[in-house]
Each structure stands twice: as C-alpha cells, then as structure tokens.
Ligand binder design. Structure first.
Ligand SMILES: C[S@@+](CC[C@H](N)C(=O)[O-])C[C@H]1O[C@@H](n2cnc3c(N)ncnc32)[C@H](O)[C@@H]1O
Length: 211
C-alpha cells in the first residue's frame, strides 16, 4: 500500500516568514526529467505552484479555491496573483496541525456551494479528501470553471495515490488534459453548457453564492 501523506515526516514550516530555496525534483521523484524544482517531498513542484498562480492572474479569476494548503507554497503565490485585480482566495486544509501553522482562516474542505462560486479550483489536499473534492467539483462547478489538480501521476505505478487520482478523474469524464510535471497534474474545464461562456472573462458570482 502507498504511504499515506499523514505518515510522512513533517518538515519545519518556515515558509510563511521566508521561503526556503528549492532543490532538484529528482530528489523526490526519482524518474523526473531534469529541470524541475521543489522544496521537499510534500510541496508541489515550484513550476506547478507558479502555473496555478499564473492561471489565476491571466484568467482574472475572481474567486479561487485552493485545498491542501499544507506548507503554503501555492497559497502564497495565489494570494500575490489575486491581489492586483482584487480576487478572493478561499483556502482549505483538512489537517488541523497544518491549519494551525498558516495565517489564514481555513476550513477543512469546500462545500458544493463554494465550488459553484469558484472560477478556478486548485486541489492538493490529503488524497481521500481530494478524491471527494474532485467529485464534488464535477457535480457543482459552473460551466467554464477551471480545475487544477496536483499529483495525477506521470510514470507512477498503479498502486500509487497518483494513479488513483488519475483514474478517478478519468472515471468522472472531466474535460481537460493531464500535465507533464513530474508528479503529474490535471487541467480541467467544466464542459456542460460551454455555449453559456461569456465573451470575455468570468461572470462574477451571484449575490449570496458563497456560504
Ligand atoms: C501534498 S500536501 C499539500 C502541499 C501544499 N499544497 C503545499 O504547497 O505545501 C497534501 C496534504 O497532505 C497533508 N500533509 C501531511 N503531511 C504533510 C507535510 N509534511 N507537508 C505538507 N502537507 C502534509 C496536508 O493535509 C496537506 O494538505
């Protein structure tokens, strides 16, 4: 059985004060291609964090949901990306220990109503939580909403959490594509009713849509 995230050793969290430097991702994903960087085995690749933030900025997302804040590498970049256009980050962490380390008021996992309000949802929570979040997003996200999931595998064995997440996404028939980062990712779009997409940007959420 693959090791559960919760069983892995916790690095000392200093990133909210001063982010430590990255190292070669091949220290964490032995089969990774040269050129990817990460902070440790539980952080996403630096490139994945920056991709999430660039998507938030370039799409002008007004509401972004992030789950699995953990050490906050994605969170810090999303906050920077949203600040210039006044977007809002709703960040979630299911593990009380990690929740206690970050200067944000976090819940554990988003509701369907919150997912329905998000322009972009970034999922990197503990695996059982993430599987449920992917299914909840599929049910509730509105047409044109974007989904970015970490750890969908890229050459990982069938018995890994990465393979489990990939199969789950495939089974739900979410439109999109898997990504080439070493730990794998998925970029999806809620496809039902694509004809309803506005000509530019995202529609603001209706009043009262966020719980
Ligand atoms: C891959 S981690 C999330 C990493 C996060 N996105 C970040 O930038 O640091 C997924 C989940 O595993 C749990 N977790 C357990 N041990 C952890 C560790 N050492 N570091 C970070 N998260 C850990 C947390 O609940 C976290 O939300």
């Amino acid at each position: 059985m693959p090791a559960k995230y919760a069983e892995r050793p916790a690095p000392r969290v200093t990133g909210w004060d001063r982010e430590p430097s990255t190292t070669d991702e091949r220290n964490f994903t032995t089969h990774a291609a040269l050129g990817w960087q990460a902070w440790n085995g539980m952080s996403p690749e630096q490139e994945f964090c920056e991709f999430a933030a660039t998507m938030a900025r370039v799409t002008g997302a007004r509401i972004v949901i992030e789950t699995g804040v953990g050490q906050g590498y994605t969170t810090r970049r999303l906050l920077d990306a949203l600040r210039p256009h006044g977007g809002t980050l709703l960040a979630f962490e299911s593990d009380a220990m990690w929740r206690g380390k970050v200067p944000l008021d976090l819940g554990d996992t988003p509701t369907g109503e919150q997912l329905a309000a998000a322009d972009l949802t970034v999922l990197d929570s503990d695996v059982p939580v993430r599987l449920a979040e992917i299914a909840r997003w599929r049910t509730h996200a509105r047409a044109g909403a974007l989904l970015l999931v970490h750890d969908c595998g890229n050459g990982h064995a069938d018995d890994t959490p990465h393979a489990q997440i990939r199969e789950h996404i495939e089974s739900l028939g979410i439109a999109g594509r898997f990504l080439a980062n070493p730990r794998g990712g998925f970029l999806g779009i809620q496809s039902a009713g694509l004809r309803q997409l506005p000509r530019s940007g995202f529609l603001p959420p209706a009043a009262g849509e966020v719980a």
